[in-house]
Design a protein around this ligand. Structure first.
Ligand SMILES: Cc1ncc(COP(=O)(O)O)c(C=O)c1O
Ligand SMILES: N[C@@H](CCOP(=O)(O)O)C(=O)O
Length: 464
């Protein structure tokens, strides 16, 4: 399999290349040259496979010759062996139409583990052949950070610098990152928003001073391998609900658009998906883009769903590229204009292509809390507020009772105890496997939202 950049000016790479490269050198994002196709018969034959074997079958065409099938199988078994539920991502029924796909049974209690446990192993495998360490630089609104740190901590050929917005992640999320004592882990609190942090990270990939001496890699969903691993659970859920003989819709709490884009990929591989519902909080740039064709950056709001407090949504670029017929030159011009004006009016062809598969809904804090209450009172489920944004959207937009709607449960409720308490009056207990986060010492540096300050800090601290 070969991978091309959405902006058309970066080298074409194989799977190992895109995994280690992260962001393309022209500022674009890598995508497979074509979507692997699974026929109805091939999809039907996947029914009943254990999660890790399904992962091998779905990912093998993307991995191509970078790994043998036996190597991929070994990595999947090791990655998903770290999950606390035997089904890896169990499906829970809420009522006759609604389901939750629990993606939070990994080591750091959010859906990020599904991809990052595997990405850590891909790094280990591919870096074995390299001389210089990989310097991973990432931005997090709370969950990617801890999942990436747990996937990379202590690995020999990699070091990680993780930027989070100071005071804008939950205390548990922060402690999950800052209490990791491995010498190759560096946490940086930025006095700014997640968008400030993400913009700095992307700029570092194009910084010739930094890249002259450091091999920079990505753990955010700009890295194709992240999305590839997330495609698997769309198949896993849909197969249990009758695919390929029955269509399924998915409602996805959305911020950086990686998770829901993985659903788009599954649909393009042949999985019968009815609708993909993009559920946002008050930071509703994606809802505005999908409904009104207006992708314009607004003010960044702090909400009870901090992991989704995102304005510039990295993976929307991948969708815009697909929706304009993969015209890289046109997309590059559109993204250049967006970088300076912070607004991007969608072309009519893009609006139509997106409307064919995506719907969007925004949840207010009251609606989010109400969805948490409904899940608890009517279905006996304690859910986190991000999942609740998805559930609100699922219930608001599901019209055809014959189509099951799966809401992705993206985080464990104990990561957001304040919102859980506010909604249903329950103290959500952290599972014992995360350890006593409050007894461990925290280690992080606080820096201003200033590019040079952050770049110089990383440059000084990094091992070469
Ligand atoms: C708990 C949670 N839910 C949803 C999201 C949104 O996912 P995505 O960025 O893939 O759209 C995030 C962060 O990305 C998250 O941490
Ligand atoms: N919500 C995310 C933000 C980063 O998203 P990513 O999927 O691109 O890594 C987080 O928890 O950090």
């Amino acid at each position: 399999m070969r991978y091309v950049s959405t902006r058309g000016q970066a080298p074409v790479l194989d799977f190992e290349g895109v995994t280690l490269t992260g962001l393309a050198s022209d500022g674009g994002l890598y995508l497979p040259q074509e979507w692997p196709q699974f026929s109805r018969e091939e999809i039907a034959a996947l029914r009943g496979l254990p999660y890790s074997e399904l992962a091998v079958r779905i990912m093998a065409p993307f991995v191509g010759e970078s790994l043998t099938e036996a190597e991929l199988r070994d990595l999947c078994q090791r990655a998903y062996g770290n999950f606390s539920h035997a089904a890896t991502t169990p499906l829970v029924q809420l009522d006759e139409q609604h389901w939750l796909l629990e993606l939070f049974h990994g080591p750091t209690l959010a859906f990020k583990d599904v991809a990052l446990q595997l990405l850590g192993l891909f790094f280990e495998t591919f870096l074995d052949k390299r001389e210089r360490p990989l310097t991973i630089i990432g931005a997090t609104s709370g969950d990617t950070g801890s999942a990436a740190i747990h996937a990379v901590a202590g690995r020999e050929n990699a070091q990680i610098f993780m930027l989070h917005p100071e005071g804008r992640v939950s205390e548990i999320q922060r402690r999950q990152m800052t209490t990791v004592s491995a010498a190759n882990v560096h946490n940086i609190a930025i006095a700014g928003s997640f968008d400030d942090a993400q913009a700095m990270v992307k700029r570092m990939f194009a910084d010739e001073v930094l890249t002259a001496t450091l091999d920079i890699g990505a753990v955010n969903s700009i890295n194709w391998a992240r999305l590839m691993a997330q495609v698997v659970y769309y198949f896993y859920a849909a197969l249990q609900l009758g695919a390929p003989d029955r269509k399924v819709s998915f409602s996805v709490p959305t911020g950086n658009f990686g998770d829901v884009f993985a659903g788009y990929v599954a649909a393009h591989m042949g999985l019968p998906v009815e609708r993909l519902i993009v559920a946002t909080n008050k930071n509703d740039i994606l809802a505005r883009a999908i409904r009104d064709g207006d992708y314009s950056v607004g003010e960044s709001h702090a909400t009870i769903t901090p992991s989704m407090d995102i304005q510039v949504s990295s993976n929307f670029e991948r969708l815009l590229f697909e929706a304009n017929g993969r015209d890289a030159a046109a997309l590059a011009a559109q993204m250049d204009e967006f970088a300076s004006s912070k607004t991007l009016p969608l072309e009519s062809v893009q609006r139509e292509a997106i409307a064919a598969m995506f719907s969007a809904e925004r949840a207010t804090p009251e609606e989010t809390l109400a969805a948490m209450r409904w899940a608890h009172e009517s279905c006996g489920e304690v859910i986190d507020p991000h999942t609740a944004v998805g559930l609100h959207a699922a219930r608001a937009l599901a019209t055809d009772a014959a189509v099951p709607v799966v809401t992705l449960a993206t985080a464990h409720p104990a990561k957001f105890p304040d919102a859980v308490k506010q909604a249903i009056g329950i103290e959500a207990a952290l599972p014992a496997r995360v350890g006593d986060l409050f007894a461990l010492e925290e280690r992080f540096e606080t820096l201003p939202a200033d590019y040079d300050a952050v770049r110089d800090y990383i440059s000084a601290k990094a091992t070469r």
